[in-house]
Design a protein around this ligand. Structure first.
Ligand code: KE4
Length: 430
């Protein structure tokens, strides 16, 4: 594969940007080789600076559920641009966006727009701490909630990919207020709550984890957390930055019928533009400035161009709920094809999937939490990733990331993915 232009850009980028990338996981460090510099994208395809075409299963880490260059989104942005790009003042667009979110996400009564998932989760725990007067939070090992200090403890996604689930620079004072427990383990949650009686403000989790690779909540886990939080007056936060509008129009809370007190959102909500949001119970959200004392702000929060893209995206998803069934069907076809390939090659690796999220784990263990996810053969995954890239399939460059299917994936793409998977699995096991 011709990579000379990407290599040149990477060489220059490394002098100007840490690791040549603006987000660590993009550097291909975990899989070896150099990252490809993307020039454009269309439908299910990415095109790099050397003109190579890839069927992509990253969807920009989630946002591009309708594929690239979706004409509805692009038209909305094109219509917004002539009105200037930003005002820093309230707009009708922000109200329309808030109406859509409140309508689509079952537990959200009131919402605040921010610019990223990180801002959303940072703000949500500040609300929980400010409202409750308690300092501690419980998170789950392997869950990733963005790069806010409180979350870089046993964090998943890029943090574990880089081998630093606990980042330097997070002070002891901050770290001591974050209690990490294994996902899917209600007993451990209860033990930690006993050891920290009346000190825990919130429990935050990805209701379906994407950041250890795709890991599903076991039967009773989500409802068990809801019960514990109700009994002990703890604020339950669903981080639906990834699952929101992805696995159902109303996210995991709609799919599982368990409703948090606060929800954080991002990715799809911006249609590809930088947008995050947090929302939930009215009494909690009315504690946020300027109504309440809990401060949170942002120059570009509710940016009109981003709102135009997000409104177009959410409106389409609300009006076309049938796409979720189609996405599920296509994901199931890919998973079935991979399972058949594993059978033919006498391999017994684990696949987890839900809706249009899935992960092939290079371990024969069931993957239900961080410990089991870490039994994967990372080197083998790296070889598999590069073999798939050579075959024109662009996967997430980390074992600890979920893959995503967009509506742009058609039968011929599924065939290419499954055939490439067979060849790649065969190659890396020879
Ligand atoms: P951002 O700040 O990256 O917009 O969102 C942080 C975040 C919060 N919560 C969840 C569940 C998330 O998955 C994320 C970000 N996801 C990663 C990919 N797994 C972003 C990709 C990257 O870090 O480059």
């Amino acid at each position: 594969m011709e990579k000379s232009r990407s290599l040149q850009w990477f060489h220059t980028a490394n002098k100007l940007i840490p690791g040549g990338v603006n987000s660590p996981v993009r550097a291909f460090k975990a899989v070896g080789g150099q990252p490809l510099f993307i020039n454009k994208a269309e439908g299910p395809y990415l095109y790099d600076e050397d003109g190579n075409q890839f069927i992509e299963l990253i969807n920009s880490w989630g946002p591009m559920i309708l594929g690239h260059k979706n004409e509805i989104i692009e038209k909305a942005v094109a219509e917004a641009i002539p009105k200037s790009l930003s005002y820093g003042a309230p707009t009708a667009l922000e109200v329309k966006m808030a109406q859509l979110i409140v309508e689509m996400v079952p537990s959200v009564e009131m919402v605040r727009m921010v610019n990223s998932g990180t801002e959303a989760t940072m703000s949500a725990i500040r609300v929980a701490r400010g409202f409750s007067g308690k300092d501690k939070i419980i998170k789950f090992e392997g869950c990733y909630h963005g790069h806010g200090d409180s979350f870089l403890i046993a964090a998943g996604s890029g943090a574990i990919t880089m081998g630093q689930p606990d980042s330097p620079g997070v002070t002891k004072g901050t770290a001591q207020d974050t209690l990490s427990v294994p996902f899917n383990n209600l007993e451990k949650v209860e033990d930690v709550l006993l050891e920290n009686k009346n000190e825990v403000a919130a429990i935050i989790l990805e209701p379906v984890v994407g950041n250890m690779g795709c890991v599903l909540p076991q039967e009773g886990f989500l409802s068990g957390l809801r019960k514990i939080c109700d009994q002990q007056g703890i604020i339950l936060i669903f981080d639906e930055v990834m699952t929101g509008f992805r696995i159902a129009p109303g996210g995991a809370q709609e799919l599982f019928g368990v409703y948090p007190d606060l929800t954080t959102m991002g990715k799809i909500i911006g249609g590809g533009m930088p947008v995050g949001a947090y929302g939930g119970r009215k009494d909690l959200m009315e504690s946020v400035s300027p109504v309440g004392p809990i401060y949170q702000a942002g120059t570009l929060s509710g940016n009109p161009i981003a709102m135009a893209a997000g409104i177009a995206m959410l409106t389409y998803l609300r009006e076309t709920p049938g796409i979720y069934k189609d996405l599920e069907k296509n994901t199931a076809k890919i998973v079935a094809g991979i399972k058949e390939n594993l059978r033919k090659l006498n391999l017994t690796y684990t696949i987890n999937y839900l809706g249009s999220m899935f992960s092939l784990f290079f371990t024969t263990n069931k993957v239900i939490d961080f410990e089991s996810a870490k039994t994967c053969d990372i080197q083998l995954f790296g070889r598999y990733f590069n073999s798939m890239l050579e075959k024109g399939i662009y996967l997430a460059p980390s074992q600890f990331e979920s893959l995503f299917i967009s509506t742009a994936i058609e039968p011929q793409h599924i065939q290419h993915i499954v055939e490439s998977n067979y060849q790649a699995l065969k190659e890396v096991h020879n």
